[in-house]
Write a protein that binds this ligand. Structure first.
Ligand code: IMP
Length: 422
């Protein structure tokens, strides 16, 4: 069985908990896109750790974890995570594989990302992890792939050539210090020694597992509205966060996929810049932020908070062909007297039929809301759909109807047991 799990809003939907749960049953967990911009919190013996690159399946000693060809890998972050895992008693040797086709994030990618954000007027609010520039080099065919770690001479040649070019950019366009090519070359040779044993043809491994009918979980990062093609461009990340990205980023063909799970929060959040039609301000936003602990796992930034937007969830479900929805953080709404769902957008007095591609239209739409009475009851202890307050059932049923995908799981707290199967 091959399952894809994807965020269907702007990321941070709480995929981690569901992925942990499903990874426990998987033979193989594959990350297919994104890079160290993602953050996944793991609790080990009561202590919190945040992983950015290595799939959470790594904590299950029987699961093979793969960083697929669609991911951009910052070797420094990767090594920190490998070393942390060793320290915690989860040595990844023999259980972690990195695609030889994955691209490497280089120091100039991070410098350019951060400099652009600092200086340009059209700030995206990126995580500063070099994601955009690394994918730019990939698409431009000037990137350096993990396979180069198996060929140190070739690696050094490419690093020197790329830095010669990057230094021109850094100095002349971005007004930043130049990089010392020999220092970067020495650092990457050190990474090379430690990372090479993990490099493999992971597409071939994945397809072998497909033939052997293994349980495979394709773990998406970020969310549908941050998709480079289909999201709220230009306020997006630089990879395909929708189902297509899981296919191209893992090397598994689309016909092999059995199920696509979409994850949405019972409300909406977004980090970084860009339009957010149902965004709340002031006290209402603060209530959700506080109760939902809405602060970025990678950057610590407070997340923008708002009502559930079914225009977004319907669009996201369509784009990825979502079979089942997972609703997270329902309990965050427990105390509210009134809850709203956005059912459509008005623009210049007319209802829009489709999710607008034009960012200037999206910035100016007026959400159409349906209001629901809050249940004002603690749901964190509920384990069956039937036992939920009537008002919560009504809210969830409407959310399901508007999104166009069946709700399968509802999460009512961070613990694995705090999950309702519908
Ligand atoms: P980048 O991926 O660092 O280039 O950032 C581009 C946009 O995607 C910014 O708005 C980020 O806040 C957002 N973003 C990137 N990764 C995540 C994530 O894991 N969760 C939520 N937002 C993200």
């Amino acid at each position: 069985m091959i399952t894809v799990i994807l965020g269907c809003q702007w990321g941070d939907e709480g995929k981690g908990k569901i992925v942990d749960y499903l990874a426990g049953k998987a033979d193989l967990v594959i990350r297919a896109q994104g890079g160290a911009n993602a953050g996944h919190t793991v609790v080990i013996e009561g202590k919190k750790y945040i992983f950015h690159l290595i799939p959470s399946g790594i904590l299950n000693l029987k699961t093979i974890s793969i960083i697929g060809n669609g991911v951009v890998i910052d070797p420094e972050t990767l090594l920190e995570e490998i070393n942390l895992l060793k320290k915690l008693g989860f040595d990844p040797a023999g259980r972690l594989f990195i695609s030889n086709r994955a691209h490497l994030v280089m120091p100039y990618h991070k410098m350019i990302d951060q400099s652009k954000e600092k200086n340009s007027k059209g700030k995206i609010g990126t995580t500063g992890r070099g994601i955009g520039p690394a994918y730019m080099d990939k698409i431009c065919r000037t990137g350096i792939r993990a396979a180069e770690f198996l060929n140190p001479d070739g690696l050094l040649k490419k690093i020197r050539a790329n830095i010669e070019f990057a230094n021109q950019l850094l100095k002349k366009i971005y007004n930043e210090d130049e990089l010392d090519a020999e220092k970067v070359a020495a650092d990457y040779l050190n990474y090379q020694k430690e990372i090479s044993p993990f490099i493999a043809d992971t597409g071939a491994m994945a397809n072998r597992a497909v033939k052997e009918k293994k349980e495979i979980l394709l773990e998406g990062a970020q969310g549908a509205m941050l998709d480079i093609d289909l999201g709220t461009y230009p306020y997006v990340t630089s990879s395909n966060t929708t189902a297509g990205g899981a296919v191209t980023g893992s090397g598994i063909g689309p016909k092999s996929i059995d199920k696509i799970l979409g994850v949405v929060k019972a409300y909406t959040t977004r980090v970084g810049e860009g339009p957010f039609p149902t965004e709340l301000e002031g006290e209402e936003a603060e209530k959700l932020r506080k109760k939902g602990d809405e602060f970025g796992a990678t950057t610590g930034r407070p997340r923008r908070c708002g009502w559930f937007d079914s225009v977004v969830s319907r669009y996201a479900c369509e784009m990825s062909g979502v079979d089942e929805l997972i609703i997270t953080k329902l309990d965050v709404l427990d105390e509210l007297a009134v809850i709203k769902i956005c059912t459509g957008y008005n623009y210049k007095g007319e209802k829009l039929e489709f999710f607008p591609a034009d960012i200037d239209i999206l910035k100016n739409v007026e959400p159409i809301y349906e209001e629901f009475s809050g249940w004002q009851t603690d749901t964190t202890g509920v384990r069956e759909f039937a036992a939920l307050p009537e008002a919560a059932k009504k809210y969830l049923n409407r959310l399901e109807e508007l999104s166009g995908a069946r709700v399968k799981y509802i999460s009512v707290g961070p613990d694995r047991s705090q999950t309702i199967i519908k």
